[in-house]
Design a protein around this ligand. Sequence first.
Ligand code: A2H
Length: 254
Amino acid sequence: EGVTVQEYTALKLEVKEWPEKAQEILAGKLPEGAKVYFIPATLRPETMYGQTCCFVGPNIVYGIYHVKDNEYFFNSERAARNMAFQEIFPTWGNFPKIAEFRGSDVVGTLVNAPMSVHTSGVRILPMDTVKDTKGTAVVTCVPSDSPDDYATTLELQKKADFYGIKKEWAELEIIPIIETPTYGNLTAKTLVEQLKINSSKDAKLAEAKDLAYKEGFYQGKMIIGEHKGKPVAEAKALVKKQLIESGLAFNYAE
Ligand code: A2H
């Protein structure tokens, strides 16, 4: 990786309802009126219309950090520390932790996903391949355009009981967001099928990811939202700006 800086869009998914386990951990720790946000880091802000759920690593350790006023973020400690040196917390280097969780404690949380067509909210679900060493260790799920997200969604649907989730949490409609000449309007689904990927841990996912990313960025055209008709390469910055200006996202780098 060397000295390359990755510029993520960090999105704010507000918690609407905690599952029982998380409520027990949180008992007495949040003041009245507190707003807690799950903070996925994404490189594809223009796809946020298609969010169907949001992933955490079930065995990863997370914290809720007090940012300012009534605002709290849910992400990894590593990410909180980085944020504290990017002026995201008001006091340089400070990232006060008010609670600690394992990802599995928050599976089932209902959050509001900005811009998503699923306006009644999406669920926090487990993804075994989330890395604690990248981004915020929270990954928003866009199965139309991310092969990883598509493969994990299929697996969660097939083995809902094994993963301890309600099947319907993984069954939100996958809507087309971007049209590409080579893979149609559900790029991730097309690639997962073409490359015969049938597990979220399949090594071919790296290739699928690469193909999807290049085709989407260089050939893709938006087919939803207010930038409908524009090339993805152009819409990306516009959607990002819009999310940041409405207070629904911020820049996060590492
Ligand atoms: B992307 P890079 Cl639609 N562990 O967002 C595993 N994956 C992570 C992660 C972590 N800790 N943090 C972020 N990511 C994912 C959207 C998306 C993404 C689409 C298509 C491709 C895509 C919706 N998920 O990424 O290694 C996030 O998923 C393919 C590269 O820093 C983030 O963007 O380059 C991307 O990987 C960051 O990967």
